[in-house]
Design a protein around this ligand. Structure first.
Ligand SMILES: [Zn+2]
Length: 89
């Protein structure tokens, strides 16, 4: 156990990441803070939705939003590279 100073911050535990081909959508399966429930946190065109009981935003959405944005960005880069490769033929 690592001793931490200050308040302990909840850290999202991601169990799985899902991406959707040709869609601006990323979903995560996350473990709840009690360690027994699982929720789905999804981002559709940057709009987040979470299946956990928290209303009006939760730490899943807050912490996973930048991660989802990065995944979408990487996918777009990949897609652009594919298009570029095809145009070479
Ligand atoms: Zn949540």
């Amino acid at each position: 156990m690592i001793a931490q100073t200050g308040k302990t911050q909840k850290q999202v535990q991601v169990l799985a990441t899902y991406t959707f081909r040709n869609r601006n959508r990323v979903c995560f399966t996350v473990l709840s803070s009690n360690g027994s429930d699982r929720y789905n946190t999804c981002f559709d065109n940057g709009r987040g939705a979470c299946s956990c009981p928290a209303r009006g935003g939760c730490y899943h959405l807050t912490q996973l939003a930048p991660r989802a944005a990065r995944i979408i960005e990487e996918q777009e880069t990949k897609a652009a590279n594919v298009r570029y490769m095809y145009s070479e033929w």
